[in-house]
Unconditional design. Structure first.
Length: 175
């Protein structure tokens, strides 16, 4: 796992227990994979002149704890103990501000194209490792951004294979 430090994080509120994993999808420019544009976005270094779409997003102050690339490699942007800025206005089971109590994992992809098998394997291994390292995550629910921000967000989208993730988690000993 590679680490790229994002400045887009802060302290979790006192007493916050990490108890949720939120899955997202991202590709920059949309539908294109590889390159360093996601890293540049999460580190506030995205060049607005490099692509027309970048003008729309270059000023955003966003991050995630982890990014799982198409090949299954992982980049960590924010320490799990810190609050990454991935969920925005959100709610889960009556609790507002999901950034306060969640880990955000971005998958390199789009809502409407299948994710790579390597991503499911890596994602399940990452979730297992998080559950082992953080007791509060031992039974954490894994949800999509669309679940915590319905109507506002659609990722990881209908192409995300939830049954496959469940099988991978089971095979990795997480369920």
């Amino acid at each position: 796992m590679r680490t790229v430090d994002s400045p887009n994080h802060d302290e979790r509120p006192p007493g916050s227990e990490i108890s949720l994993v939120v899955l997202h999808s991202i590709s920059l420019p949309p539908g294109e994979y590889g390159g360093d544009s996601i890293e540049r976005l999460f580190t506030n270094c995205l060049d607005p002149e490099a692509h027309p779409y970048f003008r729309e997003v270059c000023g955003l102050k966003v991050s995630a704890h982890f990014l799982v690339r198409r090949d299954g490699s992982v980049i960590q942007f924010v320490p799990v103990e810190r609050r990454a800025w991935h969920a925005g206005v959100s709610s889960w089971r009556g609790r507002e501000r999901c950034n306060d109590f969640s880990v955000g994992i971005e998958l390199e992809g789009t809502d409407d194209l299948p994710y790579a098998e390597a991503q499911y394997r890596t994602l399940s291994q990452l979730i297992v490792a998080l559950r082992r390292a953080y007791p509060s995550l031992s039974r954490a629910e894994v949800v999509g951004h669309s679940d915590i921000a319905p109507g506002r967000k659609t990722d990881p989208g209908p192409s995300f294979d939830w049954p496959l993730l469940e099988r991978e988690l089971k095979a990795a000993g997480a369920t």
